[in-house]
Design a protein around this ligand. Structure first.
Ligand SMILES: [Zn+2]
Length: 180
């Protein structure tokens, strides 16, 4: 159901410009960054947002990604036949990782591919100057489901005929990173 939110900056009350489907807004007056919180538990509202820009954008339109640090706890792993890779899986997820999910319009295959690539590359928090980026149409609420999808896809390829896998994912506060 579409949420009706007054599109004014919660800090300075200036009007915010929005494309259809857009869920992140930059205030033209005070430079505040806001994200639409569309969680079902509360009425739709604008929440403050931490934005980071890659320094190497240089005039090209950046791509926004939701980013959060996450700790995966792997639980029971059931496989068909022998050769469970449980130990490799536990070692793989032993340290906290940063999860990346495209926040721009992107099909599921590309979301998975980009999410896996950035998880592996593990770029550091960028500290470049503000730059233009394509509209954010995915809310931060989708980060968890898509990060879990990335984890499952990695585990399914571990080569031990995975049948079921239990795991939990603890995610930190999401930020929006603008990458090339
Ligand atoms: Zn403002």
């Amino acid at each position: 159901m579409p949420a009706l939110v007054p599109l004014t900056c919660p800090r300075c009350q200036a009007g915010l410009d929005a494309e259809p489907e857009q869920v992140v807004f930059l205030c033209p007056t005070c430079s505040g960054a806001w994200q639409l919180d569309d969680s079902p538990e509360s009425p739709a509202r604008l929440l403050p947002l931490t934005l980071r820009y890659a320094p190497e954008l240089r005039g090209s339109l950046g791509r926004p990604f939701w980013v959060a640090s996450g700790q995966v706890q792997t639980g029971q792993r059931e496989v068909h036949g022998w050769g469970s890779q449980e130990r490799a899986a536990v070692e793989h997820w032993a340290t906290p990782r940063r999860f990346f999910v495209p926040a721009f319009k992107c099909d599921l295959n590309s979301t998975l591919e980009l999410g896996r690539r950035l998880l592996t590359e593990a770029p550091k928090p960028p500290a470049g100057a503000q730059a233009p980026f394509v509209p954010v149409v995915v809310t931060a609420r989708n980060l968890r489901g898509l990060a879990e999808f990335v984890i499952i896809s990695i585990e399914a390829e571990r080569g031990d005929n995975l049948k079921t896998l239990r795991f939990s994912l603890e995610l930190g506060e999401p930020e929006l990173w603008i990458l090339p």
